[in-house]
Design a protein around this ligand. Structure first.
Ligand SMILES: Cc1cc2nc3c(=O)[nH]c(=O)nc-3n(C[C@H](O)[C@H](O)[C@H](O)COP(=O)(O)OP(=O)(O)OC[C@H]3O[C@@H](n4cnc5c(N)ncnc54)[C@H](O)[C@@H]3O)c2cc1C
Length: 421
């Protein structure tokens, strides 16, 4: 039976409605009350994350056969949208954690299930996806660092330029080249435990927005890991990131910015109803210019939500197909040989489309709230800053637009030309 909460026209299940209501309640009771302080202090939102974990939301994308709830990207998007309205910093931490789960869900086997999967499902482990390197920046498909095989497993020395939950995460999924002889996108995926003493956070996070994220650079400085720390085959990383992580990452990022836009719109509506000028005795809501801004904001937030839910649903359909391939080589072939697949175009354009909406809507919310929103500590002031991270997070919106343009025009992508073995 469809759930009445759905605003997009996509029929949601009763189960999805339950997850959404649960997330809304956690966001309102536990995330929103901490959001201003997290932003002001730039502190990692431990308490808020505990509330998300206690509600059983941290393992959402772990498949049922591994003991998880087995929900898909659409349910995840509905949950994250609610969390982001409560606290964008917390939602971004959840987004980076969740971006690791589809790969772990698809690849974890044997002792890895007890070691990684169980603590994630039980909400004891929060993870990070540490991809960006100083050399390639937002060009995430190119890694310079590599793993060195030795008799104890692998030695990893990798410097990553940004990593949400840096120094805070219980585990890091770290893609690096499989060894020093392979090309920049023949990647291995390693799970490195947060307690490893050779993980060195660099400096202190003092971001313009998303200030609770601890997104500093990180050095995995000679981390010795056993063979079982590797997920999947030694060179499956690129296609696994593309097929399994990218949907959770791209839809997740877009959803955080959808939540930011919705929160800014709600704050603006509340403000203009309340603010009354002494000379006219009328509220800002009576001003036609303000009415127009509110209508434009509403339309843009609705647009963003429809795009997010649609691409989330496409991602769930794509996952079914990828799972059916049941072979890393076949998956690699599908990912590398079908760059013009409409799904990848939608996935790429979703991020920049929603980021542009979030910047527009937070800008308009700021405008109608006037000087009041210019003051530090006003929720709209925070949301304007939070929204700015969207366009520069990797792949940057500028890079993604070129990727989409090339896909449509049949021009090879940068990673197609990268040297392979
Ligand atoms: C709040 C926050 C949290 C983050 N969390 C994580 C995380 O958890 N894990 C992680 O791996 N990374 C994370 N990052 C890093 C992020 O994903 C990017 O890798 C990083 O922001 C890139 O910054 P840069 O200065 O290296 O960009 P550069 O690569 O130097 O690019 C700078 C700008 O140049 C332009 N540009 C560059 N290349 C191209 C191109 N090919 N085509 C068109 N334009 C181009 C774009 O306008 C781009 O914004 C985070 C970043 C932020 C801000």
């Amino acid at each position: 039976m469809p759930d009445a909460l759905n605003l997009t026209g996509i029929a949601l299940t009763v189960e999805q409605g339950k997850w959404k209501r649960l997330a809304k309640s956690v966001a309102q009771k536990s995330l929103a009350p901490n959001a201003a302080q997290v932003d002001q202090e730039g502190s990692y939102p431990r308490e808020s994350l505990k509330a998300v974990a206690d509600a059983g939301l941290m393992g959402l994308l772990i498949p049922k056969h591994l003991g998880g709830p087995g929900e898909g990207i659409l349910t995840y998007a509905m949950v994250l949208e609610e969390l982001a309205q409560g606290c964008a910093s917390t939602a971004m931490v959840v987004c980076m954690h969740m971006s690791t789960l589809p790969m772990i869900g698809a690849l974890a086997q044997g002792s890895q299930i007890e070691a990684f999967v169980k603590p994630i499902i039980e909400g004891r482990w929060i993870g990070a996806l540490s991809m960006s390197e100083p050399g390639s920046g937002n060009r995430l498909w190119h890694m310079d660092s590599f793993a060195q095989k030795n008799d104890k497993g692998y030695l990893i020395d990798s410097f990553k330029s940004f990593c949400t939950s840096c120094g805070q995460a219980d585990f890091y999924v770290v893609p690096v080249r499989a060894d020093d002889k392979v090309g920049p996108n023949e990647l291995s995926l390693f799970v490195i435990e947060g307690k490893d003493p050779n993980i060195l956070p660099i400096g202190k996070w003092d971001g313009m927005g998303l200030r609770g994220n601890c997104s500093m650079p990180i050095h995995f400085k000679g981390c010795q890991v056993p063979e079982e720390a590797r997920l999947g085959s030694p060179t499956c990383g690129f296609s696994m990131l593309f097929a399994y992580s990218l949907p959770a990452y791209q839809v997740g990022l877009a959803t955080v910015y959808l939540g930011i836009a919705q929160a800014a719109y709600d704050a603006a509506v509340a403000h203009v109803k309340k603010r009354i000028h002494s000379d006219t005795k009328q509220s800002l809501a009576q001003v036609e210019t303000v009415q127009r801004y509110i209508a434009e904001m509403k339309m843009r937030v609705d647009e963003a939500r429809c795009m997010v839910y649609r691409v989330a649903q496409m991602s769930d359909n794509a996952t079914v197909l990828f799972n059916e391939l049941n072979s890393a080589d076949l998956l690699d072939e599908v990912i590398r040989e079908n760059p013009d697949d409409p799904y990848f175009i939608e996935l790429a354009q979703l991020k920049f489309a929603v980021n542009e909406i979030a910047m527009e809507v937070t800008g308009k919310a700021f405008q109608v709230c006037g000087g009041t929103a210019y003051k530090r500590g006003h929720p709209v002031e925070r949301l304007v800053r939070d929204a700015r991270a969207g366009s520069v997070m990797a792949p940057s919106d500028d890079s993604l637009k070129l990727i989409v343009g090339r896909q449509i025009l049949g021009i090879p992508q940068p990673w197609d030309g990268e040297q392979r073995r």
